[in-house]
Design a binder for this molecule. Structure first.
Ligand SMILES: Nc1ncnc2c1ncn2[C@@H]1O[C@H](COP(=O)(O)OP(=O)(O)O)[C@@H](O)[C@H]1O
Ligand SMILES: [Mg+2]
Length: 267
C-alpha cells in the first residue's frame, strides 16, 4: 500500500506572534479529492503551502509521499516538489507577455527534455484543457477562465506522475489549488472544476481551497479549518481501495526509484 500523499501531525506555523496554524493534523490518501474551507485568515493557504513543501512548519511533522520533509534539504525538497506536486492559484501566476505555449513549456525547463519536445508536450497539454486555439495568446489576450486553464496545463505537465510512461501523461501525484475559481465567473469556474475532477478521475490526488459552498459540498470530503486547527473533517466516504491510474499502482521498485532521485539530487 503506498504511503499517504500528505500527513500533517500537530503542525504549527507562527509568523511573529500570529499563529497561522496551531496544531493541525490531516492525512490525505492517494486518490482523494477534498475541499478545505474556513473563514478568511483561518490558515488555509498556510496549510496548503506547507502541504506543498513551499514552506516549512514551525513545529510538527509533515510527510509528503512518505518523505518526512524535515529530513530533507531545501534542494531535496525542491526535487520532491517538482516530481510530485502541481499548484494552481487564484491569481493564475502567469508572467505578463509570455504566450500560453511558452508558459506551459517552461514548466519543463528542468526536465532535461529538448526544447522541441517540451513544446510538443505543452501543446498537447493545452489542447487537453481546450486551449488548442489559444497557444500563442499572452495572458492579457486570455479570459480569466482561460488563464486558469493555462495554469492547470502547466501544473499537470510540470509534475508528471511517477508511474507514467512519459511526461504529460496522467497528472501529478498531488494537485494543490488555492481558490482556483475565486477570480472567475461561475461558468468559467465550472470548467475549471470539471478539469480538476477529470484529473482526479485519472488518479491525481486533488486538494482545493474554496469559499464556494456548492463546490465544497460537491467534493467527496470536506475539511473545515478555524483558527489554525481542523474544526471538522467529513472524512472519506469509504476506505481507499485503489484506483486504475498508473501511479496508484506504483510498485516498491518505483518508490525505490523515487528515493534514488531524491538521493541523487542531494549530492
Ligand atoms: N507570510 C506571512 N507573514 C505574516 N503573517 C502571515 C503570513 N502568511 C499568513 N499570515 C497570517 O496567518 C494567518 C493565516 O493566513 P492564511 O493562511 O493566508 O489564511 P487563509 O488562507 O485561511 O485566509 C492570517 O492571520 C495571516 O495574516
Ligand atoms: Mg488564503
Amino acid at each position: 500500500m503506498p504511503p499517504p500523499v500528505v500527513e500533517l501531525e500537530q503542525v504549527s506555523k507562527t509568523y511573529g506572534d500570529v499563529a497561522a496554524l496551531a496544531g493541525a493534523g490531516l492525512v490525505v490518501r492517494r486518490g482523494e479529492m477534498l475541499a478545505i474551507v474556513g473563514p478568511s485568515g483561518s490558515g488555509k493557504s498556510t496549510m496548503l503551502n506547507i502541504m506543498g513543501t513551499l514552506d516549512r512548519p514551525s513545529a510538527g511533522t509533515v510527510r509528503v509521499d512518505g518523505h518526512a520533509i524535515d529530513a530533507l534539504s531545501d534542494r531535496q525538497l525542491a526535487a520532491l516538489r517538482a516530481r510530485t506536486i502541481g499548484f494552481v492559484f487564484q491569481a493564475f501566476h502567469l508572467a505578463a507577455g509570455v504566450p500560453a505555449l511558452d508558459a506551459v513549456a517552461d514548466g519543463l525547463l528542468y526536465s532535461g527534455l529538448p526544447r522541441g519536445e517540451r513544446r510538443r508536450l505543452a501543446e498537447r497539454a493545452l489542447r487537453r484543457v481546450g486551449l488548442g486555439a489559444r497557444l500563442h495568446n499572452e495572458p492579457h489576450q486570455l479570459s480569466g477562465g482561460e488563464k486558469q486553464r493555462v495554469a492547470i496545463a502547466r501544473a499537470v505537465l510540470g509534475a508528471p506522475s511517477p508511474g507514467s510512461a512519459s511526461r504529460g501523461d496522467g497528472g501529478p501525484l498531488l494537485l494543490l489549488a488555492d481558490e482556483p475559481t475565486g477570480a472567475l465567473d461561475s461558468r468559467s469556474g465550472e470548467v475549471v472544476m470539471d478539469l480538476l475532477h477529470e484529473l482526479h478521475r485519472a488518479g491525481t490526488t486533488v486538494v482545493v481551497i474554496t469559499h464556494d459552498r456548492d463546490i465544497a459540498a460537491s467534493l467527496p470530503r470536506e475539511v473545515r479549518i478555524k483558527d489554525g486547527r481542523i474544526e471538522h473533517d467529513s472524512g472519506t466516504a469509504e476506505p481507499f481501495t485503489g484506483r486504475a491510474a498508473p501511479h496508484t499502482f506504483a510498485t516498491e521498485h518505483e518508490h525505490e526509484h523515487d528515493a534514488a532521485v531524491v538521493e541523487r539530487v542531494s549530492r
